[in-house]
Design a protein around this ligand. Structure first.
Ligand code: FEO
Ligand code: CA
Ligand code: CA
Ligand code: CA
Length: 728
């Protein structure tokens, strides 16, 4: 059992979807014409807002895609195990901020020896930088969508590396945390940060004394909004009305809105909670079904709740999700605490005093991120979302209100209109290349009290238990959905399926078709060890469509792998990769792909690649033969056109044992912000000795004998040109 929260790779097995969702026997063969699916037009192009790229061409919210053909403007970098950032020639980077850097005037530089008191992290950059977004900042202090020289950089802090955060690592005695300062520091080092950045010369720098700088942590007061607010399932001692909660945790990827607010998404929140096994006997069958499905299983022994004595505000005890009080409704304990996490949270970066809002209409699961579809006047707004655990699902949210460009200037006030009232869907990928968005609404399609998976009581219950509703609808179990991105040129949606060692030989399907062995240093790695990137085109190019057409954009693999059944996309030494995670479409239409890899790290540290994508349906249908110990299975899938040397190249390789994640672009496309998360992450294994720096696997970015630190870097081209590709 991990004593403190760590991040996805070590946590995911506990939330593996072991539901009896019938998807494997449920693949439809609806014959939808691919031509029909793709013929949708963009006649309304003049009123598009390209959500992925944040490019607004006018203050009225009307936008246009960049036009012209793309040409990669760099030579591929080689795979490397060097403990540094290796970047394409002709490009440079500098560090914007690292874990612990000061975010206010008068805060001293970070010692990087763990000596700071916990409270100082209220004014310091958090740990494990993840999802990120750049909002242009105007002279009037408001959002200026075209501003590139000055902006607010919103950065998620997903988790912590406790070994490097404290003087001598995390103190654990008899499976308890006796040091309250250590635990509080961990609680304040997660969440997210907002910092002003400014262009200085060719590059950017953080403004330490900006009035906009802010930390949001697991201690920050938040409002619960949307259909699940005031539900009995949301009642805690902190908010007996079920309308508030404290903090945001597991902030993985992100999203944004066309009114200039940031969305931070709660992924591995379940592991922060303690729930001793004895609590099971106090729970109803429905409660147990919900707790199990979300990984707050009996015997979840996270240690934050073990600090004694607790404070008057229960800052430690609130992480104990068992029934400790005598009330019948949970108003005197935190039995419902986990229900207040697992949401998309909206934050107004332009108002440092604003209260973040949890947007329950978008459903509760292990949210990776929330990526906006194209924004078109008069049409609903759409956000695409992945639930990142093995065999979990892809979702989308469609607002009931249609987009009014006048709302682009309303700032956070627009949030209630579009994010509290809409429809949640989950995806089913059919064998013939079509797909269906399955509605998750109480009272429809059997989502009601009589459902055999779970007896739903109302829409709040459906949203709080969205995974159970998705099970009941027969959604497709995917190979761990991570980031999504929407192509600003045509609205097609790309989503990484990072990898899935639990994909069984006899449980492959069209959209998750591979089972293979990818041995690493002689050790077998079976299942879908390298992941793939799926993409889809909505019917009639409408984000609100309930049908779509899909194919696999890229299958990740070693370039040396079997070219027929494993390296299906024909990757070469210049562009092979494993475990795609972060995605970002530049406004030019260039697609960036980041990796969070564990399977190919014998050959390279994690990396960033640039791709010029085609479109859904530009490839072919293929039969894949999977085998293991003399057993075989086949899957027929749909794969996009293979990448060429000039359409997919490695751009950057990070330092040892990091994850490359988070991507933000200035509106002019001439600066790219990238996060280097937890270099030296697995240092804290059994050979780790904090007193012996030679046991650290990385010393990046400071080098020498320093402890490694998560960091945001900004990349610029030495001649000041656009990053990654030129428009010709
Ligand atoms: Fe936090 Fe799924 O990456
Ligand atoms: Ca990570
Ligand atoms: Ca991720
Ligand atoms: Ca990952």
């Amino acid at each position: 059992m991990t004593p403190t929260p760590t991040d996805c790779p070590t946590m995911l097995t506990d939330t593996e979807n072991d539901s009896t969702n019938p998807e494997f026997g449920h693949i439809l063969s609806e014959r939808l014409s691919r031509r029909d699916m793709l013929k949708g037009s963009f006649g309304a192009a003049a009123t598009l807002y390209f959500g992925s790229s944040s490019l607004l061409l006018s203050a009225s919210g009307e936008t246009r895609a960049a036009t012209g053909a793309l040409k990669l403007n760099f030579a591929a970098v080689n795979k490397t195990l060097d403990d540094k950032v290796t970047l394409a020639q002709g490009y440079s980077y500098r560090i914007i901020s690292s874990t612990g850097d000061p975010l206010a005037e008068g805060i001293p530089a970070y010692s990087n020896n763990g000596s700071e008191r916990a409270e100082s992290f209220n004014k310091r950059v958090g740990d494990h930088h993840d999802g990120m977004h750049f909002f242009g900042l105007g002279k009037n202090g408001l959002w200026s969508p075209l501003a590139s020289d000055r902006g607010l950089l919103c950065v998620n802090h997903e988790s912590i590396t406790a070994g490097f955060l404290h003087p001598t690592g995390a103190t654990i005695v008899d499976e308890k945390r006796p040091n309250d300062n250590e635990v509080l520091k961990e609680m304040l080092a997660i969440g997210m940060s907002i910092a002003e950045v400014k262009k200085v010369g060719q590059s950017y720098t953080l403004i330490q004394n900006s009035r906009f700088n802010r930390r949001i942590t697991s201690m920050t007061d938040m409002e619960i909004t949307g259909p699940a607010a005031r539900s009995p399932l949301m009642i805690t001692k902190y908010s007996v009305t079920g309308t508030r909660t404290r903090g945001t945790i597991g902030n993985c990827a992100n999203g944004h809105t066309p009114w200039g607010t940031y969305l931070t998404c709660e992924e591995n929140w379940a592991y922060f909670f303690r729930r001793p096994a004895a609590d099971d006997s106090k729970r109803s069958a429905r409660e147990l079904a919900s707790l199990k499905r979300y990984g707050v299983k009996g015997n979840s022994l996270s240690l934050w709740a073990t600090v004694q004595p607790d404070t008057a505000d229960n800052r430690f005890g609130r992480w104990d999700a068992s029934i400790n009080g005598t009330s019948s409704d949970g108003s005197d304990d935190y039995r419902n605490g986990p229900n207040t996490f697992g949401w998309v949270v909206e934050i107004d970066p332009f108002n440092p005093d604003s209260t973040p809002k949890k947007r329950t209409a978008l459903g509760r699961f292990a949210h990776e991120g929330a990526w906006p579809g194209l924004v078109i006047a008069g049409q609903p707004l759409v956000w695409y979302m992945g639930c990142d655990s093995r065999h979990e699902y892809i979702y989308k949210y469609v607002s009931n209100a249609v987009w009014d460009p006048a709302d682009a200037k309303r700032g956070a006030a627009a949030g209630d209109k579009y994010l509290n009232d809409g429809t949640l869907y989950v995806a089913r990928f059919n064998a013939d290349g079509s797909g269906d968005w399955l509605e998750l609404t109480y009272g429809r399609n059997g989502i009601d009290r009589d459902n055999s998976y779970y007896s739903f009581s109302d829409q709040a219950d459906v949203l709080i238990n969205a995974r159970l509703a998705a099970d009941a609808r027969g959604a497709t179990k995917m190979d761990r959905p991570e980031w999504g991105a929407v192509n600003p040129k045509n609205g097609e949606v790309y989503m990484t399926l990072t990898y899935n060692p639990s994909r069984a030989l006899d449980k492959v399907d069209a959209a998750n078709p591979r089972f293979y062995n990818d041995p690493k240093k002689g050790v077998a790695q079976k299942g879908n060890a390298n992941g793939h990137i799926i993409r889809w085109a909505e019917h009639d190019a409408k984000g609100s469509a309930t049908k779509f057409q899909w194919d696999v954009f890229l299958f990740a693999a070693r370039s040396s792998a079997d070219p027929v059944n494993v390296n299906i996309s024909g990757l070469t030494a210049d562009n092979d990769f494993s475990s795609p995670d972060g995605l970002w479409f530049a406004r030019s239409g260039l697609l960036w792909v980041e990796t969070d890899d564990h399977a190919y790290t014998d050959a390279s540290n994690c990396m960033l690649l640039a791709a010029i994508p085609g479109k859904v349906g530009d490839g072919s249908t293929k039969s894949i033969v999977n085998s293991d110990n003399g057993q075989q299975s086949t899957a027929t899938t749909h794969v996009g056109a293979a990448p060429r040397e000039d359409s997919l190249r490695r751009f950057l390789v990070g330092p040892v044992d990091c994850e490359i994640t988070g991507l933000a672009e200035t509106p002019d496309g001439r600066a790219l912000f990238v996060n280097i998360q937890h270099p030296g992450e697995t240092t804290t294994g059994k050979n780790f000795n904090i007193a012996d720096p030679s046991t650290y696997l990385s010393h990046w970015p400071q080098g020498g004998t320093a402890r490694p630190r998560s960091s945001t870097i900004v990349i610029t081209r030495d001649d000041g040109g656009p990053i990654g590709a030129d428009l010709t």
